[in-house]
Ligand binder design. Sequence first.
Ligand code: PLP
Length: 469
Amino acid sequence: MKKKSILSSLPSVDQLLNHEDIQKLIEEIPRTVVVNNTRSSLQSYRTEILNMKDDDLAKIYIDINKLIKNIVIESKKFMAMNLRQVINGTGVVLHTNLGRSLLSDEIKDQVWTVASSYSNLELDIATGKRGSRYSHVVDIIKHITGAEEALVVNNNAAAVMLVLSTMAKDREVVVSRGELVEIGGAFRVPDVMEQSGAKLVDVGTTNKTHLWDYEKAIGEDTSALLKVHTSNYKILGFTKEVALKDLVALGNKSGIPVIEDLGSGVLVDLQKYGLTYEPTVQESVASGVDIVTFSGDKLLGGPQAGIIVGKKKWIDEMKKNPLTRAFRIDKLTMVALEATLKLYLLDEEKMISSIPTLKMLTKSLDFLQDEAQKLYDILLTNNSNFQLEIKDDFSQVGGGSLPLAKLPTKVITVKPNSMSVSKLEEKLRTYTIPIITRIQDDQIVLDLRTLKEADYHIINEGLRDITTK
Ligand SMILES: *Cc1c(COP(=O)(O)O)cnc(C)c1O
């Protein structure tokens, strides 16, 4: 009875909409959005009252201002972009949750021009006839990798699926047991193989696979030998895997094509910058493998894409597979990929500094130290509520690439004087521009490797706002 009378004393949607603050809100936010949020705010207030115990009900008074404030906040939240910039202080360069590779500033004009204009996406300008959307990147991929032919799809998982569906449907594919990996995001090599219609024949053991394991498994029904570059984990100790060139030799001898899922797809040897060895696409192609697949947004540093290179005979078959249409890439991806690949034609120093993924991976310790000092000085003058220190630490490549590569780096550790570390982590993460950090040894860690100079003042303001609000 009491509840009923409280509920009936709530304002109606119309009354709320006529409130002066809501009228003002409607001037900047579409009416339909405000109406919806008014209804839902009112409804949740109703539910709250219905769930109240009698004791609490006795104390209740209807706070219209709270209701109005809630409508304003929720309406503004609804209008704000969900997908937006965050600051990556984690030091994980290819952070899948944070969007993996960043595109280069140098390509923004090309990308936006194609995005906002008509383009020759599928028009051959010379003849006026229908062209191929893939033609824009095929020559440059061939030029860089040395491959005979190339094709691009939405991501590397799609590339593997298309390759197997074309070359191995209803037939057997031989793969090492040690390479039946899960890549993350529930991408499991055996599952993809099954979906493609290929029959998996796993050989060897978890830690050791010999050439004769493959040899023994080859039979009437074998359509391909598959090598998966286990780029996200390493088995150490008593191990044996068959080198690609030995597999290629076996394939040649038996007349069976060899496919390699390379995962990361690095196009430059990064060893001289202190990174552990990672096979390049060029090396795989040169080994004579029939087909290689790799990602566009891992070590290549471009947009999400799956790149397939190798023998023309197989890629021509793939183009006829209906999956190619289903996995077709968008013009935004195409222009970003072409423009990123063009950066690979610059001389090495310039190329590395213009591709953010490569730039971050190759930052020197001296450079990181200088940047740490810069950020430290900015933070110190404004933030007496924290204990700040510059420390040595390690960054990670991420994205399932170079799992053992621990890149020495410089970090700033932040310890709040009057708040828990986990509270500070949460407040940074939910700041206007979210600042993503990691907690280590009961401190917030900000890794300079994945920060840009433009981030420094945002972090500074973030820390200041957190303690003053
Ligand atoms: C990352 C990875 C994939 C999946 O690539 P996406 O571009 O994320 O689809 C497949 N195979 C290997 C070996 C990988 O490392």
